[in-house]
Write a protein that binds this ligand. Structure first.
Ligand code: GAL
Length: 691
């Protein structure tokens, strides 16, 4: 059954914590929400102790009033199941619910989300509350979305308590069936770790030295599955009462710990909480990669930005506010990347607690606060953008994300280098595509990749024959696959493939890796490509190009003259192997060449501060141009296009007639046009270039 969010227009609103305020403030809240254009509000995220003040006694009165107040004011509700934070009475009765770290430290009550996701006691109480919430509010006309728990994995994503150990053992029994199979998979003949039965197994706690890497990998898989099990149990309880209401749980961008593809399969709508650091000039580039995951998690379907900050957060060491215009740019960036809603944490700035310095739509100064003024202006703009809903991002390039491979490479020790990570490589590669003005989708193994021209695989340390076959089929069908260093090294059990890397990727790539040559911290190597030397960092490899053409070689050092970048043709398609971690300049040059040769248009000239993304709807397309730079841009708008959002008066163009439009620094332009049209972007100083 497809369950969609029934809401008019783009969702706009945020987390609301009325329990932190006296009732007289609620009326003012709702009046100002209307004034700001709010149409969707999240409530009861951390309200369990108020909703069930004593075991089994529910007090819904205050929440009834809040939901009714929102409803009569035309504001729809994203209702949290309130299970994110168990109350003190529950913890005191069953202290074993509290999580335990790998070194045996018991975490205390006093913050939030203090529970072990494997605890059967916690689960029983959480499900009872979920059912009570569903029965009480499931049919309320204001309630349009179930928000299960909150940010699974926030604060606690791994637990080493006794309940976790029991759960881990039963997960292992289910996976391996016999202890012999486990011993084989875990390679327990190494270092004398042989097990006689499952009961002897513990989660990978702190030990004397490096812990069995397959045990660790299984614990990563188990922990993600255990949280998913808790989530799906809540979803099932909700569906019994409200089978028609969509369900979500808010993601935390590309979180390492949870397999969000599996979570997305269990929910109706993907939602994300995004907190790009205003102090980081490259934060918007990483945000674009995060959003690629949000749409990729459900095959390109629109998603919701469920939380962002109106300005500063309160949890970094230094919490820098967003400069005027940046929150608006961030919001349009999410919309450009397929979001159908823009929400915030939170509606009203708190007076007390750890988040009292966290920005909100309504700051401590109230209506006069800059955040309220900027958010209200955005709210008014979004009301004009209803036509955008349901449209999907257009991309020629995809990047593969495989949680198993990511976890396996994240082992804290016993690798050639501990400095290499999937996310580090992915960000390096994505930074290059971003600078070239190319939109990238994140995709999973087994998905339909046929719509893409290029598939980027920044790292695939753990590679299975099935995935290798899918990559080969993609290349054979005319696609270009690009694979990064230290890929195809181990199998599903973290055992080195026979013959070494790239294991099952050998037919695709036509190369063989003899030895990995990681680069010590602070040292770099060099690659010679088309007569120019480029830096490599972190990792390089002693490579033989057996059935592939060498495109670039190492220069200097022990690897001098050996292949560094190779290419192998497969019919109309091909496969590249990049055996070293190229620093920015080399990555950009190589990426430009690969995209050019694969027929993907790249943009030059406007620089990394400009982003152009296109969404395609049933009847029209929408082009977003986001200018984070300090200079204005001229944007060529096609004739017949309509400007939906534009900052400045057209320079020589009347809306609807096309022509150049001046886009100021920190400006946003949204244009709707025929599918065949494109918007051209030019830096003032640069050449006109089509995008
Ligand atoms: C999120 C969380 C919110 C709020 C926010 C602050 O991780 O879901 O409840 O704490 O961070 O940035």
């Amino acid at each position: 059954m497809t369950r969609t969010l029934e809401l008019e227009g783009i969702a706009f609103g945020g987390d609301y914590n009325p329990e932190q305020w006296p009732r007289e403030v609620w009326e003012e809240d709702v009046r100002l929400m209307r004034q700001a254009g709010v149409n969707f509000i999240t409530v009861s995220v951390f309200s369990w102790p108020l909703l069930e003040p004593e075991e089994g006694r529910f007090d819904f009165g205050w929440l009834d009033d809040v939901i009714e107040l929102l409803h009569v004011n035309g504001i729809a509700v994203d209702l949290a199941t309130a299970t994110a934070t168990p109350p003190a009475w529950l913890i005191r009765k069953y202290p074993e619910i509290l999580p335990v770290t790998a070194d045996g430290t018991h975490l205390e009550f006093g913050s939030r989300q203090a529970y072990c996701f494997s605890s059967p006691i916690f689960r029983d109480y959480a499900l009872r509350l979920t059912r009570a919430m569903a029965e009480r509010y499931g049919k309320h006309p204001a309630v349009r979305l179930w928000h299960v728990s909150n940010e699974y994995g926030d604060h606690v994503s791994r637990c080493w308590c006794d309940a976790s150990a029991v759960h881990f053992r039963s997960w292992l029994r289910g996976k391996y069936g016999s202890i012999g199979a486990l011993n084989e998979a875990w390679g327990t003949s190494c270092w004398g770790q042989h097990y006689l039965d499952f009961d002897a197994i513990e989660p990978p706690r702190e030990s004397t030295g490096p812990v069995n890497s397959t045990q660790r990998l299984d614990f990563e898989r188990f922990s993600s599955d255990a949280m998913l099990e808790l989530f799906t149990a809540e979803v099932a309880a909700l569906r019994e009462v409200t089978p028609e209401l969509p369900v979500t749980t808010n993601f935390m961008s590309i979180l390492h710990d949870l397999d969000y593809f599996a979570f997305a399969d269990a929910e109706d709508i993907v939602t994300d909480d995004a907190y790009p650091d205003p102090a980081d000039p490259g934060a918007h580039i990483d945000a674009s990669l995060n959003y690629a995951l949000m749409r990729g998690a459900k095959g390109g379907a629109p998603w919701l930005l469920l939380e962002q900050s109106a300005s500063a957060v309160s949890w970094r060491d230094v919490n820098v506010p967003k400069a005027p215009g940046v929150m608006r740019l961030d919001s349009y960036q999410a919309l450009a990347h397929g979001a159908d809603g823009i929400m915030y944490f939170q509606w009203r700035a708190a007076k007390f607690g750890p988040e009292k310095f966290h920005a909100a739509i309504l700051g401590h100064r109230g209506e006069a606060s800059r955040t309220f003024v900027e958010c209200s202006a955005l709210g008014a703009e979004l009301q004009q953008l209803g036509a955008l809903k349901g449209s999907r991002v257009v991309a020629d390039v995809a990047m593969l994300l495989d949680w198993d491979a990511k976890w396996a490479l994240a082992a804290p020790d016993s690798l050639p280098t501990n400095r290499l990570s999937w996310i580090g490589q992915a960000r390096d590669w994505h930074r290059a595509t971003f600078k070239l003005g190319v939109t990238v989708d994140l995709v999973r193994a087994g998905a339909d990749w046929s719509g893409y021209k290029v598939l980027l695989v920044p790292n695939l340390y753990l590679a299975t024959p099935e995935l290798a076959a899918q990559l080969e089929a993609f290349a054979a069908a005319g696609g270009t696959v690009v694979v990064g260093a230290f890929s195809g090294v181990v199998d599903r059990n973290d055992h080195v493939h026979p013959g070494g890397a790239p294991g099952p990727l050998r037919p695709l790539l036509g190369v063989e890796v003899d030895e990995v040559w990681p680069l010590p911290d602070g040292q770099s190597g060099q690659v010679l490509m088309d007569g120019v030397r480029y830096e490599v960092h972190t990792v390089s490899e002693w490579l033989d190009a057996v059935d592939a053409r060498t495109v670039a070689g190492y220069s200097g050092g022990e690897l001098d003259g050996r292949p560094a970048v190779t290419n192998r043709q497969h019919g109309d398609g091909g496969a590249w192997y990049v055996s070293g971690a190229l620093a920015d300049a080399g990555m950009l040059t190589l990426m430009r060449r690969i995209l050019d040769e694969s027929g993907v248009p790249v943009r030059d000239g406007a620089g990394p501060d400009v982003e152009v993304v296109v969404r395609r709807g049933a009847d029209a397309s929408f082009s977003f141009v986001l200018n984070r730079g300090t200079t204005a841009l001229d944007v060529a708008v096609p004739a017949g296009a309509a400007v939906l959002v534009g900052d400045a008066a057209a320079s020589g163009a009347v809306p609807g007639s096309g022509g150049l439009r001046r886009l100021p620094a920190r400006g946003v332009l949204v244009v709707t046009h025929d599918h065949s049209d494109v918007v051209r972007v030019v830096a003032e100083s640069a050449r006109l270039q089509a995008v």
